[in-house]
Design a protein around this ligand. Sequence first.
Ligand code: SF4
Length: 317
Amino acid sequence: MHYITFLYETTREEWLSSADSIELRGYNPCTWASSEFSDLQLPVNALAYNICPTSRDIYLDRVINQETEQTWERYKGRVIDKIYKLIHKECKEYASTSTASDFDLYNYLTGKSDTILDVAKDRYKDVLKKIPQLPAGPDVTRFDEALKKIVLFEALVTAARMNFELARMQAANPEHIFQEYFEFNTDFKLAARHQGFTPPATPDFIYRHKVMGDIKSGKWHQFMEYTVVAYALAFEEHTGDDMDFGVILHVDLPQSRLVPAHYHTDLIFLDDKKREKFFALRDRKLQIVADESDPGTPATKDECNPECPFLSSCWDA
Ligand code: SF4
């Protein structure tokens, strides 16, 4: 997650002059959901998840409350999310209690690796128990090993940035440097009823009050961008401030690398076009739930995303 600081510093300039072009801000009433849905709010993730060509997923999920099975992929995603938040917390605490003369974040964090992974896995042990079919033992072991790459990479990136600043300042304070370069808020709670979101909307992270962040793993989908658009709108409704950028920290852990792969992670400028696309999706989904109307399946199963959790409900029932 701290990798985002480098992305922000190197790429935001090219977009800054375009920020004034955004008109569809979350605090602007023209972006709010229709008043006919004023009593209806749905979670950001349910509204932003554009897996289905007909949006039948929202009908199954929210109208007939069709349950979906826990999966190994979902468990892995939750553990990965948690690891990033724990790493940030550890770094912040370490920076606030160390001095320039004893600062050694890299060794501190890598020394905490096993503890961080255990805490994250323990947090979701109940989810693990509900997965009907766990992968073979070697796959589970491989996942455990791969998680260590996240801690190693974050330790390298964070320590490098911190040490760069420490090296060029005579009177250096690690806590102040950390606050300046790694200002991530992972506990923001947003109330955005007009956008149609169930309160509180809780984004994975907000960087410097400037970048809305979401952590995703598993196969990359372009529609993942809807999530940061939605949270940016929620932020704007909640605070009255502008949110121009989003980022999906997409985490892949290939065996061929010693570090995580973030191939799809870029700073995204949240222009009006992206916002309009989200409004169309949000309003379609709110309408389906308000009317309790089944939009039906596409003509063939081939048009469905093989990762959709409702495949058996739609096609094998
Ligand atoms: S299985 Fe197909 S029709 Fe059913 S919710 Fe998923 S994508 Fe939509």
